[in-house]
Design a protein around this ligand. Structure first.
Ligand code: BES
Ligand code: MN
Ligand code: ZN
Length: 495
């Protein structure tokens, strides 16, 4: 779908569908009144009748008389005039698209930028309209045949230019938002694919395809022999239990100057996590296909950077493997040597994310990074601590952490920081190796980050635990695309 600005007088407009905001209390907008005056005050009558309530998310589709240049009007409620919150706004956008998506409407013209939202500017509203609309229209189709989803016909979404904006700023905002939405959608698509399709090799091929589509994106894939040479004994120990070979995927976007140190993002790409010999309970195990969501978010962000040709250097690294039980799999008590040289006692083979990430984080240093951010569905403990709403954030640099926290707030894709204090570190002591791969039941998200911190001492680093935020369970089961928006905002803020 295309989002473009539209100028012109509302009472002279032609459109298959005009989207107008209405409020439950207070005055309606000037634009609504202007349109209504040219149309026999029909909207005022409908509001008086109570058919449209104006409550946030309430919608009513009106058919205009035969011969009207505007064929339909969709009234969308935004709550009390002057009191619309960010949540109300998003709810209303989602509801409006839900109402439209089953109708044979190709193009809409929206006056929704006229709604004032507390502390938010036009750019924010454009971003939300694009992202929420795209999210509402998203459908997983990859492996469906008989229950094929509805075909959507909505192609063009016009945004009426409002007083404090211009065609140029709206189009620029829409373009940025559309590329973020593309990144989110790509991440969701990859993540929703089943483990028998989305293997490490599949991810590697997807990266190569992305590289073909965007020639400026430099894609490299290391196979197991190359990783062996680099001494990635920890990463390779995980993939030994799987018939699918591990891959280490790198995507480089060099939009900045040669001398600019890159942002390196490292995403856990565990395409299926059965736990290995420390096997997981079978109930809900299918959801462990989502254990590559960190990697998927790296794909999404790199695509966004390439599409927008951002003037900044960003490197995406995705270590990818399966974690399965096998005669050659890691066993509890096994000791492996990481690329950094530290030996690790594997006390639980289900704590495999950190085993593949530690070698990828050591590898990341070769890009002489300004900062490194890893993204991983790392611990069930994070879901216990923060639930499904906030991504866990830890790291060794508060400035970087604060940058991510505020990008998350701006994007509505929020994180919450947990402490990475030295007090937690002794929990990883092993009698037989430099460190153990688990730290016991207390503070599981923190001790996982403590483990990673042993491999990130040479650069500024942040860790995002997306175990609770990367996908939804139950009837809404599906990937969320988080934290592509947060990371995109973080990168845009640095451009
Ligand atoms: N991928 C899981 C973490 C996970 C579990 C994410 C549930 C989302 C939902 C990770 O590899 C894992 O199994 N972690 C273990 C660590 C434990 C053995 C220290 C966990 O959280 O149970
Ligand atoms: Mn695991
Ligand atoms: Zn895992």
């Amino acid at each position: 779908m295309q989002f473009v600005s539209k100028t012109g007088q509302i009472d002279k407009l032609s459109s298959p569908c005009l989207i107008l905001p209405v409020f439950s209390k207070g005055k309606q907008t000037e634009l609504t009144d202007l349109f209504d005056s040219a149309h026999n005050k029909q909207i005022a009558a409908v509001l008086k009748q109570g058919d449209a309530t104006g409550k946030a998310g309430n919608t009513l589709l009106l058919q205009m008389p035969v011969g009207s240049k505007v064929k339909r009007v969709l009234l969308v409620g935004f709550g009390e005039q002057g009191k619309t919150t960010a949540d109300d706004f998003n709810k209303a956008i989602t509801a409006s698209i839900n109402t439209l998506k089953s109708l044979p409407i190709k193009a809409v013209c929206s006056a929704l930028l006229t709604v004032d939202v507390d502390a938010k500017d036009t750019d924010w509203k454009v971003r939300q309209i694009v992202l929420k609309s795209r999210e509402t229209l998203y459908q997983y189709t990859e492996t469906l045949t008989t229950s094929a989803p509805d075909a959507h016909v909505l192609e063009t979404y016009q945004l009426l230019v409002v007083a404090d904006s211009t065609t140029k700023t709206i189009n620029k905002g829409a373009e940025t938002a559309n590329s973020i939405a593309n990144g989110i959608e790509s991440a969701k698509k990859l993540a929703d694919l089943p483990g028998n399709i989305c293997t490490p090799s599949y991810l590697a091929n997807t990266a190569k395809e992305l590289g073909k589509k965007h020639p400026a994106l430099k894609v490299t894939v290391l196979d197991e022999a190359k990783m062996e040479k680099l001494g990635m004994g920890s990463l390779l120990s995980v993939s030994r239990g799987s018939r699918q070979p591990a891959k280490l995927i790198t995507m480089e976007h060099n939009g900045g100057s040669k001398s600019q140190q890159p942002i390196v993002i490292v995403g856990k790409g565990l395409t299926f996590d059965a736990g290995g010999i420390s096997i997981k309970p079978s109930s809900g195990m299918d959801e462990m296909k989502y254990d590559m969501c960190g990697g998927a978010s790296v794909f999404g962000v790199m695509q966004m950077c390439a599409e927008l040709n951002l003037p900044i250097n960003v490197v995406g690294v995705v270590p990818s493997s399966e974690n399965l039980p096998d005669g050659d799999a890691n066993k509890p008590g096994d000791i492996v040597t990481s690329m950094a040289g530290l030996t690790i006692e594997i006390l639980n083979t289900d704590a495999e994310g950190r085993l593949i990430l530690c070698d990828a984080l050591t590898y990341a240093a070769k890009f002489k990074p300004d900062v490194v951010i890893d993204i991983a569905t790392l611990t069930g403990a994070c879901v216990v601590a923060l639930g499904k709403h906030a991504t866990g954030l830890l790291g060794n640099n508060d400035e970087l952490a604060n940058e991510l926290l505020s990008a998350g707030i701006k994007a509505g894709d929020k994180a919450w920081q947990l402490p990475l204090w030295d007090e937690y570190k002794p929990q990883l002591k092993s009698n037989f190796a430099d460190l153990a791969n688990i730290g016991g039941p207390a503070g599981g998200t923190i001790t996982a980050a403590c483990f990673l911190s042993r491999f990130t001492e040479d650069y500024k680093w942040a860790h995002l635990d997306i175990a609770g935020t990367a996908w939804k369970s139950g009837s809404e089961k599906g990937a969320t695309g988080r934290p592509v928006h947060m990371l995109s905002q973080f990168i845009l803020d640095r451009c």
